[in-house]
Write a protein that binds this ligand. Structure first.
Ligand SMILES: [Zn+2]
Length: 339
């Protein structure tokens, strides 16, 4: 712990830490910013190597990491928490010290951890099934699953796709969730019409496909669904609501983040969230019949889709909002045409 973090911790009201690592208390920011005073403990602080503050009410955020100076937003937050000018001066001074090359950060206090989970009973990779002695008995069941995977444009044998003959899973393809080499969940997608489309077992705040990110890549593409992520080699949120923990995992990859939203209403929600996390958003040039990255890759190929995402990416609230409004308009026109 650096003195900056110790000082900051000292400014926080005495309160409990949740199992997820968030420290919650009544937000000191909202009433300074034209919102009503928070009484529902909607401020969250999470310590890691540095510290992140997030108000889930008025959306004020501030953070500090060793190696950085204190931002104005962070200083303002300290004042709102009751910090004196002297406190802040001292923190600014201590933060400067962490910029020195000699400074070595202490280890992460709270690193995101996902515990191991079992796959559905009897699950093996499609490759293992094909090479097993069971093949003659299961070919009628696993055949359509393999066909489905290929029809979506994927290689059923690339190690991402699994199958289980367990009840409820026969007509599903299982995609395991891996994190740091361990299996920590899965989703099983139905290969034909019917509900539920996905049977999932996952940790809250999980980010799919982080393990597959090449450290040399400049960008990380953020999609909603696992098939989209596999198609573009990106990561998936598995929802269109980005949690602070997920943002932390993605930001700590140290890459430029480009969100590729589905071209639908849920995608608009994701775009609005991306603005809050200061991520770039792609506004892809796909045909009206293509709604997500997986379909786009199937139709145009991975190279087109990823280059198009990079080229069409917008940054900053103003530019993203303008492009989002255009997209909303386009979706509305398409809907009117369909009706
Ligand atoms: Zn607030």
């Amino acid at each position: 712990m650096t003195l900056v973090l110790d000082k900051f911790r000292g400014l926080l009201p005495k309160t409990k830490t949740s199992p997820s690592g968030w420290i919650s208390f009544n937000a000191p920011c909202c009433h300074h910013r034209g919102h009503s005073q928070d009484t529902r403990k909607r401020a969250g602080v999470m310590f890691s190597e540095g510290v992140v503050y997030n108000c889930f009410n008025c959306k004020y955020t501030a953070s500090w990491q060793p190696g950085r100076t204190l931002t104005e937003k962070f200083k303002t937050l300290c004042r709102w928490l009751g910090g004196s000018d002297d406190d802040i001066k001292q923190m600014v001074f201590e933060a400067l010290k962490t910029e020195s090359l000699d400074y070595e950060p202490e280890h992460f206090v709270e690193k995101v951890k996902f515990t191991e989970k079992e796959l559905p009973e009897g699950t093996m990779s499609i490759e293992e099934w094909i090479n097993s002695g069971y093949l003659p008995d299961i070919s009628e069941d696993i055949g359509p699953v393999i066909d489905y995977v290929y029809s979506r444009g994927f290689d059923a044998l690339d190690g991402n796709f699994y199958w289980s003959p367990a009840p409820g899973y026969i007509d599903r393809v299982i995609v395991p969730f891996k994190y740091e080499g361990k299996i920590v969940g899965n989703t099983a997608r139905k290969i034909k019409e019917g509900r539920p489309k996905y049977l999932s077992d996952q940790h809250p705040f999980f980010v799919f496909n982080v393990d597959a990110q090449d450290p040399l890549n400049k960008y990380v593409f953020v999609c909603e669904g696992p098939f989209d992520a596999l198609a573009v080699g990106g990561v998936a949120l598995l929802t269109n609501e980005i949690s602070q923990q997920q943002a932390h995992i993605i930001n700590s990859l140290g890459k430029k983040v480009i969100v590729i939203p589905d071209q639908d209403k849920a995608g608009i929600t994701l775009i609005n969230q991306a603005i809050e996390y200061d991520w770039a958003v792609a506004f892809p040039n796909w045909g009206a019949d293509v709604k997500d990255s997986a379909d786009a890759v199937l139709k145009y190929g991975r190279l087109f889709v990823t280059v198009d995402a990079i080229m069409s990416a917008q940054e900053g609230e103003i530019k993203i909002s303008v492009a989002r409004n255009n997209l909303e308009h386009k979706l509305l026109l398409e809907k009117l045409k369909d009706d």
